[in-house]
Design a protein around this ligand. Sequence first.
Ligand code: MTE
Ligand code: MO
Length: 347
Amino acid sequence: MKKKMRVMTEKPRNAETPAEDLRSWITANDLFFDRNQGQIPEAPIALDQWRLEVTGEVKKPLFFSYEKILRLPKEIVANTLECSGNGRALLTKKASGNPWTIGGVGNAVYGGTLLRNIFDQTELLDTAHHVAFEGFDESMGRSKIKFIRSIPLEKALDSTLLAYEMNGEPLPIKHGYPLRALALGWTGANCVKWLKKITVLEKPAEGFFMDRVYRLFQKGEDPKEGEIADQIPLKSIITHPLSSTEHEPGRIETLGAAYGGENRIEKVEVSTDNGQSWHLGNFIGPDEPYAWRQWHYVWEVTQKGDYTIMARTFDTEGNTQPMNAQWNALGYLNNGITEHRVKITIR
Ligand SMILES: Nc1nc2c(c(=O)[nH]1)N[C@H]1C(S)=C(S)[C@@H](COP(=O)(O)O)O[C@H]1N2
Ligand SMILES: [Mo]
């Protein structure tokens, strides 16, 4: 199945899900996008050797065995995970990084325990403000820079899952076996895989993966001054028809997905005339917090010619997507309507 993925780099492995495989509410584990800064562990770590360390601004540092994690209250949560760089290749002005089109996103049902259940077993000190996660994956280059990321304590206590299952299977190796963090509704970089250590901090973690990347800044600006990419922005993708395809006149089933991180999706509108008129799409499939909504719109087309299809979504607070993405040096969070349009021919 791996063959179907669009591989951008093999070492480290970065590959996107083909658009046609984004038409299902659940993205199958084998088809779920791969995003790695370092090496995917070659073999699953022996569970009796694995430990999760919890340390830092806590009254009592803790160690959890896998067994002990399984004994904590279980939660099953649908979550759409997107890489901050998804859509980068669709930007009209080039930005550096992997050339994701729309397939750096997927939706899965994760089983695990809420991070707050871990902290229930110790006491957070008054100085606790951020929570850092460290994986046991090894970096690729000689740099040996560890993938360490932190999130604010509020997010950690409110809606962060430690996941050990993905779509009914043990978390696959490439997605973080045996345990990963999932800051629900936030971009992938906030969701550390192969978790081994959680450190409660006074201030955000520092280092390459906090300060140089996953921040929004312009060329020439200090990355560290840029805002951290946290929540997944409001966005819609079109998964059928695909760009540069030819179709016959008649009924065309327009398909796509809309998502917005922590925000709930209210409606989707579709345009088949390059944004001049908009029609309400219909939702299909489940409606769960943090998960995308699949939609369709049946388009009756009689005239031959070239068409530009666009989609835009609105959340329950009335927010919508920008017509054009807000460009930044590393091309993060592209949710522009124009950038995600699809051009087809009716012949
Ligand atoms: N330990 C570790 N966790 C990590 C990464 C990594 O390189 N190492 N990459 C992050 C990024 S940038 C993304 S987008 C997601 C991708 O998760 P997935 O491989 O399950 O799709 O994992 C995140 N967690
Ligand atoms: Mo990412």
